[in-house]
Design a protein around this ligand. Structure first.
Ligand code: AMP
Ligand code: MG
Length: 337
């Protein structure tokens, strides 16, 4: 179906209009603290099927269910371990998704046929208002066309989804900038399936933490991965992206020896003044890099970049999430210098 995608604000009246779209089985572009999502009633199989169509998302890639109250974990999941409540007390609302055994009210299309469901309670005011006003938990994957960088502004969503969905709520830039940390439970341990703003270091204050190897390693062809999204090339601009791993000086020397049409650097802010080729810096701290990474990757498309040399981020704390997204954008192409 073709829509005249309407831009809404987060005023009460506009949230009410967006909630009515959700109640009628439609899709709304929704700001969250991580990235923008495409929200639809998580229990309405037809509405959720529309999300897959709008994004061009593979059917075997499950959606995260967003709730408006911690008590709702029980409504959509069963056998919720005590550890989940401990973590919820500390990190919810916020960018932490917990994978739990699903209740039957979650249709198969939402969980991509798995018997588990990823649930999180976002902290963004507009997201909470939409969920609470509609009275519905919403399934909401990132609001990009499948494969492209996730959207961190309403403009990014409009670029990808114009004509495909009826409305987008403009909530400004997403403060976190990378998707939520996804975890599952294994006895007393938690396994990080996708790194995000809630870091392994923070989680390790509550539980033993296992970092799934597919966070930093490509899956073999046909290999089963615990987090289906991890097997796809993702977050990628049209340009070829190469991660350059080495010291700051080595990075500068490397990019300054490159050149030609469409060749760009993606350095840290502190490198910018030394770069002799065109560049888009993406921050110095891991938090800044998380917030600016996807916007930078989208900018390279606007500039018609053909090759991007990205300086390898730190792999500590939030840096692991930045590294994981960049690895996928680069199709795991790393040059160690
Ligand atoms: P996105 O909606 O684009 O943020 O992607 C959500 C990601 O969360 C998926 O690609 C999966 O990797 C992960 N995920 C969601 N639900 C589950 C689940 N039930 N089991 C494992 N991983 C999940
Ligand atoms: Mg996504």
């Amino acid at each position: 179906m073709q829509f005249e995608t309407k831009l809404l604000s987060s005023s009460d009246a506009d949230i009410k209009e967006a909630a009515e779209i959700i109640l009628k089985g439609g899709i709304v572009g929704m700001p969250t603290e991580t990235v923008y999502g495409l929200a639809a009633d998580a229990e309405n199989a037809d509405a959720v099927a529309e999300i897959f169509r709008a994004k061009g998302r593979p059917q075997d890639n499950p959606l995260i269910v967003h709730i408006g109250d911690i008590a709702d974990f029980e409504k959509y999941a069963k056998n919720v371990p005590d550890m989940a409540y401990k973590l919820a007390e500390k990190f919810c609302p916020g960018p932490l998704t917990m994978v739990l055994p699903k209740r039957d009210r979650i249709p198969d299309v939402t969980s991509a046929g798995l018997d588990t469901v990823g649930i999180r309670m976002p902290s963004h005011k507009a997201a909470l208002a939409l969920i609470r006003t509609s009275g519905k938990a919403v399934a909401a994957p990132s609001a990009n066309l499948s494969g492209s960088p996730s959207p961190t502004t309403a403009d990014h969503v409009m670029n990808d989804m114009r004509g495909r969905i009826p409305a987008i709520i403009d909530g400004g830039s997403c403060p976190v900038g990378v998707e939520s940390t996804v975890i599952s439970f294994e006895g007393n341990a938690v396994r990080i399936l996708r790194p995000g703003f809630i870091s392994a270091e923070e989680l390790s204050e509550f539980a033993e933490v296992i970092i799934d190897r597919h966070i930093t390693e490509a899956a073999e062809c046909g290999e089963r991965v615990l987090s289906p999204g991890m097997k796809y090339k993702h977050y990628s601009p049209k340009a070829n992206v190469t991660i350059i791993e080495g010291s700051g000086t080595d990075y500068i020397n490397f990019v300054n020896s490159q050149g030609g049409e469409g060749v760009y650097a993606m350095p840290f802010d502190c490198d910018e003044k030394f770069c002799k080729i065109p560049c888009i810096p993406y921050g110095d701290s891991s938090e800044e890099q998380a917030a600016r990474l996807f916007a930078a990757l989208r900018k390279f498309d606007e500039l018609g970049a053909k090759q991007v040399y990205a300086r390898c981020p730190s792999k500590e704390g939030v840096g692991l999430a930045v590294y994981n997204r960049l690895l996928r954008a680069a199709g795991f192409e790393i040059k160690v210098i």
